[in-house]
Ligand binder design. Structure first.
Ligand code: MN
Length: 338
């Protein structure tokens, strides 16, 4: 008992120091070029204010908004991916930090003017030519009302897609309609162009391509194709799995604490969600025999659980059955991460 206590105490202090050590303190990334080096396409004053004031403010406000919260230990990718579960301050500033970090990286005074290799092949296959892709991007950027971003993304099915998002949202976020990993982002907030181009967003959009480095974008394309983040986004778009998870969480956790009421009220709903999971299309990366078998087990377990509820089964019997069902669900979750 004494040994157990001291281990617990140690673990407690260890976890505190770990949390403190990992507390997110995001920092402003340095640019690989001087503020005046993107002239005349982007003027030095715009670059300086954009980087040292606007981007710095997103970083400062993100650190402030995360401080002391559970999300403070998450990586930037995790925060962005789960933006819908965060406060507006975290969502906006995490997006602002992520988006601008990408933006600075893909700009260069010595920009490679056209894509090569795998990226070039993908662009020609999907958009016919670089020019038609640029046209689509400019259209997305100029029709984005108010502030936002235009994107070229790699989707979970490993295709390229052009889209746009409002404010500081981006396609990694669970709140976005179009999902994927951005490899090009064009900032269409007025702060990105107003000093030089005033209201002429179109002129800024023409100039930006002169400093967009397709070499870096090509590297980002290849990295995105094999990124674990892409798999996480794909899993996140599996609505039937998410819906089942919600009912499972809302019935299993009270049951663990001795409250079987939510389970007794919602066992039929849980069975319906399990059945839907079995019949709805499975995202390509997860359409595997082991996962389908585990979903089959889930339907069997949910059927049995619902039957037991309807027969007014005892609490301990129900708890045992939902614990087993919860285990089966976690087998599916685990298989999705392999
Ligand atoms: Mn900006």
């Amino acid at each position: 008992m004494r040994i157990l206590l001291s281990i617990t105490t140690l673990a407690f202090f260890f976890s505190i120091s770990l949390v403190t050590a990992q507390n997110a303190t995001f920092t402003l990334p340095k640019l690989n070029y001087a503020y005046n080096e993107l002239e005349p396409n982007i003027d030095a004053q715009t670059m300086e204010i954009h980087h040292s004031k606007h981007h710095q403010a997103y970083v400062t406000n993100l650190n402030k908004a995360l401080s002391g919260t559970k999300a403070a230990t998450l990586t930037l990718e995790d925060v962005v991916l789960t933006a819908g579960r965060r406060s507006d301050a975290v969502r906006n500033n995490a997006g602002g930090h992520y988006n601008h970090s990408l933006f600075w990286e893909i700009l260069s005074p010595k920009a490679q003017k056209a894509p090569t290799g795998a990226l070039l092949m993908a662009i020609e296959k999907q958009f016919v030519s670089l020019d038609s892709l640029k046209k689509l991007m400019n259209q997305a950027a100029s029709t984005r009302f108010g502030s936002g971003w235009a994107w070229l993304i790699v989707t979970p099915d490993k295709k390229l897609q052009v889209c746009s998002s409002p404010n500081q949202d981006n396609p990694i976020m669970d709140v976005s309609k179009e999902r994927g990993i951005p490899i090009v982002g064009i900032d269409v907030w007025e702060h990105a162009y107003y000093l030089k181009y005033q209201n002429k967003r179109g002129d800024y959009l023409t100039a930006i391509w002169n400093v967009l480095d397709w070499g870096t974008v090509g590297q980002k394309y290849e990295a995105a194709l094999s990124s674990p983040l892409l798999l996480r986004i794909e899993k996140d778009t599996w609505t039937a799995l998410k819906d089942f998870h919600t009912v499972m969480a809302q019935t299993f956790h009270p049951a663990e604490e001795g409250n079987l009421k939510p389970l007794r009220e919602r066992s039929a709903e849980m069975l319906a969600k399990a059945t839907l999971l079995q019949t709805a299309p499975i995202p390509a990366s997860f359409n595997k025999a082991e996962i389908k078998k585990a979903i089959g087990d889930l339907v069997k377990g949910a059927t049995d659980l619902d039957k037991t509820v309807r027969k007014k089964g005892k609490d301990d019997v129900l708890l045992k059955k939902i614990t087993a069902l919860h285990d089966t669900f976690h087998i599916i979750q685990g298989l999705c991460e392999e």
